[in-house]
Design a protein around this ligand. Structure first.
Ligand code: HEC
Ligand code: HEC
Length: 208
């Protein structure tokens, strides 16, 4: 009993000691990314610290479950930011909010570097929906997420993501459910009808 308690207290102290402000952590990620040797080491460690994430996000970050996102190929700064948001409760998910607490700051950076380093293959889509989705994407989304939907430090990659996950995420932003809020996304999706969201998701999933 006492031993269990002291382990718990120890965990708490080390978690507090490691906690850094989010900007400092993003800076650390950036400096690692700029150094090939440090990046290689972070990617290797990232694979180890994410072994149990694979249960849901799949081997190498390609999810086998439709409503669980691929993490492979995603922008590392975005991944790190979402990990922070789950940790703080700004982004809500029953599993993720609890699970993410096991990762220390360094491990969060390593996990982001690891997943970002893996290529994500395109998925199959309905061709006519995808054609309609392309028009909608060009009009409403391209200026932030980019011509090929590969995103950047500020905006997530959407290319190759799962249709059901895309659909759910876009709908949540539009509806302002509180599960996931973003002002820019609320405005960009405000006028989309449900069937237009399905079309955009079909377009995005088949992009390489
Ligand atoms: C029990 C299943 C499960 C496990 C295990 C799990 N995740 Fe998740 N993860 C999810 C689900 C479901 C979502 C999508 C939540 C939503 O709909 O917003 C998600 C979302 C994410 C996202 C956001 C991706 C995006 O595109 O915005 C990141 C980053 C992430 N998980 C990282 C991790 C890491 C790192 C681990 C291991 C420490 C992990 N997850 C373990 C189920 C899981
Ligand atoms: C003004 C810039 C902007 C525009 C325009 C925009 N987005 Fe976004 N989008 C963002 C930002 C910023 C985020 C990350 C928000 C967050 O942290 O939750 C995001 C996140 C997303 C996500 C979540 C990705 C993930 O992995 O969970 C999806 C899906 C998405 N956008 C789709 C779209 C679609 C579809 C459109 C067009 C209808 C669009 N976005 C237009 C800025 C934009």
């Amino acid at each position: 009993m006492m031993r269990g308690l002291s382990v718990l207290v120890g965990l708490f102290i080390s978690a507090t000691a490691f906690a850094q402000n989010p900007a400092a952590l993003q800076e650390r990620l950036k400096s690692i990314a700029a150094d090939p040797v440090a990046l290689r080491a972070a990617v290797d460690s990232g694979k180890k610290v994410t072994f149990f994430c694979a249960n849901c996000h799949g081997e190498d970050g390609i999810s086998k479950t439709p409503d669980v996102p691929n993490l492979a190929g995603q922008n590392p700064a975005y991944l790190l930011e979402q990990i922070r948001k789950f940790g703080s409760g700004e982004r809500k998910d029953a599993f993720m909010q609890g699970l993410i607490k096991v990762l220390k700051d360094d491990e969060r950076v390593q996990a982001a570097a690891y997943y970002a380093s893996i290529p994500v293959p395109p998925s199959r889509a309905d061709a006519s929906l995808a054609a309609r989705g392309k028009e909608l994407y060009s009009r409403n989304c391209v200026r932030c997420h980019g011509e090929q939907a590969r995103g950047n430090e500020l905006y997530p990659r959407l290319a190759g993501q799962k249709v059901p996950y895309l659909q759910t995420s876009i709908t949540r932003y539009r509806d302002g459910t509180g599960i996931r809020n973003n002002q820019l996304m609320a405005i960009a999706t405000g006028n989309l009808k449900n069937e237009e969201i399905v079309a955009v998701a079909n377009y995005l999933t088949q992009l390489p």
